[in-house]
Every structure is written in C-alpha cells, then in structure tokens.
Design a protein around this ligand. Structure first.
Ligand code: SER
Length: 313
C-alpha cells in the first residue's frame, strides 16, 4: 500500500481527517493538498498545492508521492452552489471523474468521496429517511452529489473501482469553519456563544436537520475505508446519522452554559434548501454492513465543543 492523498485538506472535514490519518498511518504517509496554501493545523506534513481540475498536476502528484488511496473532499457546498450553479456542477462532477478515471487506469487502488443528505429533496420521506427512497434533489449541490453517487456505483460495477462513500449530515466542528453550506449555522452559533455575542440564525427556529459531530464523521469515514471489501455492499453512498436538532434546540443547549446568550431568527434563501432536506436519517444499512455507531448526541457534543473552544482560547 502506498501513501494517502487528501484533496481539499484545508477544508472543514479535510483538515481534521488529515490530522487523524497522520496520527494513524504516520506523518509522511498522508499528503495533504488544497487549492489554497496550507493552514497551520496541517502544515507539519507533506503538502501540495493542487487544483483538482488540473488533471496533469493531479497525476504528477500521484506519481511523486506513490499514492494508492485518495480522499477527494473538494466541493462547492449547497448555499454557495446556488450562487454559481454551472461552476458548482463543473467542479463537483469533473473533479470526481478525474479521480475515478485514475482508479480505472489502476493508478490508485482506493477512493473515498463524500456524498450528502442533499441528495434528498422535497419528495423524500422526511423522517427516518431510508437508504433507498425517492430522491429528486433540487439544489445543484444535491444534483451533483446524486449524479456522483451514480458514477461511483458505475465505476465500481463496470471497472471494479474500489470507491466508498457516505451521505454526511451537517458536520459540526470548531477547528476550521465550513464555507457555503446550509447546515453551517450550527457551527457559527458556537463561535458567537463563546465570544459572548448574540446569534442571528438564517434558518427558522423549528427547522430540524440531521447533524453529526466532526469526531464521529472522521471515525465513520476511516472505518468505512478500513472495512473489508466484501462487507461494503453499497457503492453509491451510505446513509449516516448521529443526531437531529433545530436551531432552537441547539440554542437552548448553549443557553444552559451561557445564560445571557440570545438568538434572532432571520431566515433567508437557505431556508428553502433546508426545507427540502430530511429531518432525520435511517442508517441501519451502515450499522449492519460495517458496524457504524455514533458516539455524540446534541448534549454531549455541545459540552465537548464548548470545553475544547474555551480551553483553546
Ligand atoms: N453540510 C452541507 C451543506 O449544508 C450538506 O452536505 O451544504
């Protein structure tokens, strides 16, 4: 087995995954890459500046570092995608096909590619959304993730590509901020609460969405990638769940720690995106096939993040 390459390593998930994988495999075994300069958090290991739309550059990096496994995390998220739909489609799709083609040509052995709850749409059953159901996403991000899932399955069945994927719920971390997502309010709210400022929510108080603490997301990703090939039956993407909550519920959890904390609800265009997504996800298939089990719920996540943020200030 050669080294691991992370594409989008300066992002919210990429940065934490890089640190975790380096601690597991060894600092030199995990090459971080991003279109931007390395952030300090990941700067202490190998790094390459990479625009994943540049296929030649990508292929050079694979060779230079003897890469056998790629985590392709670069994407335009839901809210940002609506501002430039054609660019979002192009980036999200073309980059995936570049990576899948490299695996088809046997230049790499294994791929991780994230999907999202955004593959679901207004016609999808909202509660305990099953693995296989009506999807009909209506954001460009969701359309690109659904099409990407189809491509992953296609490359697996047709060319034997070992590609694995998870449909992430909203991911909540505090180390790096996300950019351009609809679930991001649940990250921003921590920064305001800890700074002693009031919070303006761009989603209404009763908008329930599936969410997950970053530590669980990183663990899920690596367990999926380390699971034996024969247990991975789903080659589109697995439903994945940990908790669901509304802006009002997370606000109340934070108010227990910061009694003066205040929230105001000013829904914007992101409300429509959130309304098209499920309230909760059924992830029984992931549990059955590779043993997925979350460890954080809303209460334990809020305590953990606030503790970590206040220690680090
Ligand atoms: N968290 C993402 C977003 O809000 C969904 O996968 O865009």
């Amino acid at each position: 087995m050669g080294r691991t390459l992370i594409i989008g390593a300066c992002g919210q998930l990429g940065s934490e995954l890089t640190v975790y994988l380096r601690s597991r495999k060894g600092q030199d075994q995990v090459v971080a890459s991003d279109i931007s300069k390395p952030i300090p958090y990941i700067a202490d290991g190998p790094f390459e500046e990479l625009n994943i739309m540049d296929k030649d550059q990508f292929l050079k990096i694979l060779k230079k570092h003897d890469i056998s496994e790629v985590y392709h995390l670069a994407a335009i998220l839901s809210a940002k995608g609506e501002q430039n739909p054609l660019f979002a489609w192009q980036l999200n799709m073309d980059s995936l096909l570049i990576v899948l083609e490299a695996a088809k040509e046997k230049l790499i052995e294994k791929i991780y590619w994230p999907s999202s709850i955004a593959v679901f749409g207004p016609d999808t059953p909202k509660d305990q959304t099953p693995q296989n159901t009506i999807m009909n996403p209506d954001t460009v991000y969701g359309i690109s993730k659904q099409a990407g899932e189809r491509w992953c399955e296609y490359y697996h069945h047709k060319y034997g590509v070992d590609v694995r994927s998870l449909r992430y719920p909203g991911l909540i971390g505090y180390k790096t901020k996300p950019g351009g997502g609809t679930t991001d309010y649940a990250v921003d709210i921590f920064f305001k609460a800890v700074a002693g400022e009031n919070f303006q929510s761009f989603l209404s108080k009763d908008t329930e969405l599936p969410m997950m603490y970053m530590a669980d997301a990183v663990r899920a990703t690596v367990s999926l990638m380390e699971a034996p090939t024969e247990s991975i039956k789903v080659r589109s993407s697995y439903n994945l769940a940990a908790m669901s909550f509304t802006p009002e519920e997370i606000f109340h959890e934070l108010k227990k720690i910061y009694p003066d904390f205040k929230i105001e609800y000013t829904p914007d265009f992101r409300q429509k995106i959130a309304d098209s997504w499920p309230n909760s996800i059924n992830d029984n298939v992931a549990t059955r096939e590779w043993g997925w089990k979350p460890t954080f719920d809303l209460k334990t996540m809020v305590r953990e993040i606030v503790t970590q943020m206040t220690v680090e200030i």
